[in-house]
Design a protein around this ligand. Sequence first.
Ligand code: GDP
Length: 564
Amino acid sequence: MDVEASYEHLLTSEYASLLAMEFGWNPVVNDEAAFDIYPPPPHPQPPTLPLRPPVVTIMGHVDHGKTTLLDTLRSASVAKGEAGGITQHIGAFSVPVPASGSGGDARTITFLDTPGHAAFSAMRARGAETREVIELINKEKVGVVVAINKIDKPGADASKVEHALLAAGVQLETFGGDIPSVQVSGLTGQSLDQLVETVSALAEMQDLHAEREGAIHGYVIESKVQKGLGPVATVLVLRGCLKPSDHIIAGLANGKVRLLHDANGKSVKTAYPGMAVTVSGWKELPNAGDEVLKGSESEIKKALANRERQADLEATLGDVEILNEQRRQDRDQKEKEEAAAEAGEQIEEARSKENGPKELRLIIKADVSGSAEAVAGALQGIGNHVARTKIIATGVGDVSESDVMRAKAADGMIVAFAVGVPRPVQSVAASQQVPWITSTIIYRLMDDVKAKVIGLLPPIIEKRVTGEANVLQLFDIHIKSKQTMKVAGCRVTNGLVEKNKMARVIRNGDTVYEGRIETLKHLKRDVTEVSKGTEFGMAFGSFSDLREEDIIQMFTQIEKPGIL
Ligand code: GDP
């Protein structure tokens, strides 16, 4: 056989069958089970295709003004676009580029206004900073424009920023490199037109071409259920075109396109490459980040059945892994306990010392995979050597019944960031006693998880002494018919001595008994408390060995949550 042998080379089923037969196996080819829909193959001559608008994402440190910049760009796009348009947040919007002298074609730039903002901010706050963005752009080979923001601020020093970037290896045009930079203010709008033009010029150099017809390749940017429209997703088209009545698939969701709208809420007949549109007509809610592809109704049905089977298989394998891990841990724990018991050690001690910290096991669900990672990053490592979090799975999309079962199998909980927990799933969680929390604010999730980890810590028991008395003398008193009872005659030296409250008996510095005071008498009368200086008689219920010179110490016991 003459087959290319690199590892990423896909074999046809024929070759694969021949190979299998050479090793003595009897292959069964099931084309149906392997069927899926893929993006169209790359065009042989991209420059012959029409240009498409560039897609831009703004990256930067938290508080550097990304949201403000996007807001200003978005509202400027409305002012320049159709009158009366009301911008909606759909995860992306398009900004017109003023026609340049040459072509005169009205060009646009698509800005991504990505969700999961809080999550990404949290990630950046934790140290993913400029350096990581630089690594990313070097790796992905994307075009970059540096916007030096907040230039309106008194004392703003752009050259300082430029030098810092130079030191970090970002070669700005200012210093003879090839990365353009623009000094802007997202707040006042200063030089934003220049920013748009610079991005457009860079895009022109990149020569972005794409088919404007045929099979599409796009991505889900955001998705939500909208009243009256059902599941709606913002789709960014990169190749091909999307029209009403098209049959589409994204992950495990599919549908027939009903309506397309742009960020101004305007109905769109056809979405072309570079455009982001909201798409209604989905049967299920697709996940942000999923690839959107087109096919015939029957192709989509086949692909969906195969994807669902694959997803079930993966989920089952995942569960098996969790179960095996759980069983392995249980086994280890048992072995250790047995060994400890044999060695005559205290089992409790063995548990805390040898088996490491208690774990709060988490299954994280988020709107997009970037947020899921960021949430995992933020929750990972909450705790100490006694109790801490352990992330056992992360995923994208609403919390599902299988997430609940997974959490149940792992004895863990579900953390949902910016995704829903559908009612039926809530009831399954309740019946399986699987806790879940949900929020769109990452710090809230962090607080909740921290509180849960604290719950795993052994409580701190605080004993506070509330009174003290000395035993002066012991005597018998008569109770009922011929019965007598030993009573200690004491004097309160401090605080209060109270009936039915906890007391300990201290003899020669050691505590010899702890229990409640059952009998408390003052001048032969039963009383509930006696205070400093008072002489009184007392007895415990089940301790009759009080001696002279014992000290009776009253105490309260408060259980406080552990401290991280
Ligand atoms: P993000 O976290 O990067 O999205 O930053 P924001 O857009 O939320 O901005 C953070 C803070 O900086 C806010 O208080 C803004 O008002 C302020 N800010 C944003 N852009 C500018 C700007 O161009 N000039 C000035 N002076 N302040 C700005």
